[in-house]
Design a protein around this ligand. Sequence first.
Ligand code: TYD
Ligand code: MG
Length: 450
Amino acid sequence: MPRDHSVFACRGCGYESARWLGRCPVCGEWNTLTEVVAVPPAAIGNVPVAVPVGEIPDAQGWRLRTGLDEFDRVLGGGVVPGTLILLGGDPGVGKSTLLLQVAGNLGRSETVLYVTGEESAAQVRSRAERLNAVAPGLLVAAESDTANVRVLCERHRPVLLIVDSVQTMRHPDCPLAAGSPVQIREVTGDLLAHAKASGLGVVLVGHVTKAGLLAGPRLLEHTVDAVLLFEGERFSPFRLLRALKNRFGSTQELGVFQMDGDGLREVPNPSAVFLAERAVGSSGSVVTVSLEGSRPLLCEVQALLASPAFGSPRRTASGIDAARLALLLAVLERRAGLRCAQLDAYVKVSGGVRLEEPAADLACGLALASAFTERAVPAEVVACGEIGLGGEVRGVPRMGERLAEAARLGFRRAVVPASAPPMAGVGMSLVRVRSLADALTAVLGPQGGA
Ligand code: TYD
Ligand code: MG
């Protein structure tokens, strides 16, 4: 029988089970479950206390602003002291670059400790020079032992500790190799305890595996206060920062950067940048307004239809879910009379953005219909609305904010659900539609749907 505070964790994926299993049910590996003794919560924090809720100091009150506005905004206004933030992303996406820029900015007025386990201190220096991040308060240590990191923190008292990466760090009491799930958990637990006890903000870098999970145990996500993901397409200069978890702010915010020769540049107005290379006048292109956090974001949705080379038709979607593309094609065929379900279909969203909101349905549907009819959607049109299986166009939240942003960027007509509230003064002519078929007729002309 396992002891009270013990669990069995898989060395491969971090899956935890209350009892021993020969085969991990998550990753399928054999003999990878080993017993680990869970640290009771009281051992991590201080002596247990309970205080009246009104007397608790406001954790949101003070935040460390890094000076990189896009980074601060995704965190909800900056780093809350005493918290642990995990920054995940594919190798090479720019995690070290981003954090070195953050450290360089802060290092002009504060002390920041950048612990590198991946690159030598000399490599960090030459990169810092290139990024114009050589600042008096930026201290660099090539270190992989958490006990030594604690010593350095006590000696230098930084306001922010950056550990690049968690996979290269070791806890002195844990005999396992750096990067193994148990080691990662020990390292994180140690740094978290240090952050809470000293009020230090800690950013941990974590690489993402091919499967898209943060390498090592997913249980890290439960331990840390915020999980940020830095993403970008391989050949696109845009990098998107979003919060998967944030105990001190929204998870809806999106930070946009552009990677160029001297590092990451903030993109304060991504809509204009994403639309700059729009294929105006060509069929299959429609602009929509997505609400990513507090900011509406305009993106172009492009679609292309082609006869299948052989066999069943292909569906290739980048920036929207492939299942949603299949659904929209079926609705176009069955509810709007467009015989497109047997064609190869490709959909792409500009700038490497992922449109997860249903509000993008209408623009995708219109882009597919425009590709099918080879008629261009007028350049001054934006479309926002959810499409139901009956072909009906449904309402979406915060339409006024979306249209105000579109109007600011020069759009003059908006295709919106019939149920959208009246919007006087938004500076746009509204085309209210009940169904996808109505929208096709309104935008592509009378035969738009046939
Ligand atoms: P890096 O920050 O090392 O990625 P990560 O820490 O996520 O593994 O980024 C490496 C990539 O960024 C590399 O392919 C080169 C590119 N890069 C630039 O294009 N410009 C720059 O100024 C820097 C520093 C990197
Ligand atoms: Mg790196």
